[in-house]
Design a protein around this ligand. Sequence first.
Ligand SMILES: Cc1cc2nc3c(=O)[nH]c(=O)nc-3n(C[C@H](O)[C@H](O)[C@H](O)COP(=O)(O)OP(=O)(O)OC[C@H]3O[C@@H](n4cnc5c(N)ncnc54)[C@H](O)[C@@H]3O)c2cc1C
Length: 457
Amino acid sequence: MARVAVIGAGISGLATAVMLGRRGHAVTLFEQETRQAGEDLNRDFFHWNRPRVPQAVQPHSFLAPVRAVLRAEAPDVYADLLALGAREYHDFDWFGEHPPHRAGDEDLVTLRTRRIVLEAALTTAVRREPTVEVRRGCRVRALTFGEGRPARVTGVRVGEQTHRADLVVDASGRRSPVPGWLVEAGCRPPVVESHRAGIAYLCRWYRLRADGPRDPGRVQNGSAGPFALAGVFPSDNDTFAVNLVLSTADPTRGALTDPTVFEAAARRFPATAAWLSLAPEPRSPVLAMAGLDNRWTSLADDEGPVVTGLVNAGDSLVHTNPTLGHGVALGLLAAQHLAAHVDRIAADPAGYHAWTARALRPLFDAQVAADRANEQRLTESSPLPDRRAAALAACAFDDPVVMRARAQVRHLVRPADAAYGTEEVDQHVTAWLAARPDFEPRHDGPTRAQWNALVRA
Ligand SMILES: Cc1cc2nc3c(=O)[nH]c(=O)nc-3n(C[C@H](O)[C@H](O)[C@H](O)COP(=O)(O)OP(=O)(O)OC[C@H]3O[C@@H](n4cnc5c(N)ncnc54)[C@H](O)[C@@H]3O)c2cc1C
């Protein structure tokens, strides 16, 4: 049985603690915040000022690995999540009737919920674990080191106290202090790769009225203009978020924090207009978040681990800009791997670092590539994609074979080349195009002139 200290009770820290606790390991989970999620979801979500977890109020949807890991490791947490209002959406639900089943189709499910609901379910689960102790209001201030080369982390320092552990897990999020502590202690520096994503996120929360219309019709959840993207995040308990994404350099960005301007802009995109036409009740101001980046923090360099007795998981390991919604999936996959191999990782973290490079790093690289393309299109008033690429995207919503490929990519089941590069997908796209000789790529959002006019008005 390993003694594990986890820094940070966010989604990744909570999940790591639950999965370790279920294997009988002794876990101490340190969280600097005193408050915890779960007493009143709406109060926790709308009235909890969380400057250290700014993403908590932004819209989330959870990809297939989140559901798969929870159902495998903690089916009770998954059941709680659904009982609290999270909803499952299969990518084939778009068609009403699902196409004939193929192996793996059953996994192509998104969980639609606010992040707080998952946090609440995990918080409750952690309390049920007899070998997990949660210390809230306890900020880890430093690591303690033992002898060895590379140095061995032997525990954490909280206030005046030292807490010893066989393994320390840094799950302290995207602003982790741990790399700085390692450098201060004279360790070789962690290898950090960071790409600034020049993308600003703005969202506003709504709730469908109990006696109002509830069906937005058959509309996709995303729309694209030449310089802005719009999306809808249907969530738990009749809540949904409207989300606009644009370049941080866009001169109209500031004006969009005014709810009237935000809503007028969102009404120019089919996806968000359909949901706003349901006359929902606004539940929040416009919540903006910029300063997004993609960051990979490896605690190993070419010579091997820079320390032993310490690994990172969740955003402190891999932090991705949210356009692809990978964050929590990557956090839970790391938590699951850690829990399954903790004794070996405590003895030598090299295998964990190799696993993260093999299993998670390609997804980070895919996000970086997607963001380069996104940033270019948002700042350069996007050239339209070529006809074939646009057809591939549009065809998925008519053809289940192409939708399956799209869903496999989205849910991290297969890389894009493998999923889209089959003869079957190629034939279906060709047939779709042949049936639409006049098809041309186009944006369904407003032009720059329309946008500027509504912001000015
Ligand atoms: C705008 C936006 C939208 C997103 N949308 C999605 C999405 O749709 N789907 C998805 O899967 N992901 C999404 N993400 C990513 C997702 O939110 C993160 O991946 C996830 O919240 C990371 O969880 P975490 O537990 O690793 O870190 P955090 O949630 O940041 O938790 C870290 C915890 O550590 C605590 N802590 C920090 N330092 C200390 C210390 N020294 N001592 C004790 N405690 C400490 C903090 O208080 C905090 O509670 C989005 C992110 C953003 C920014």
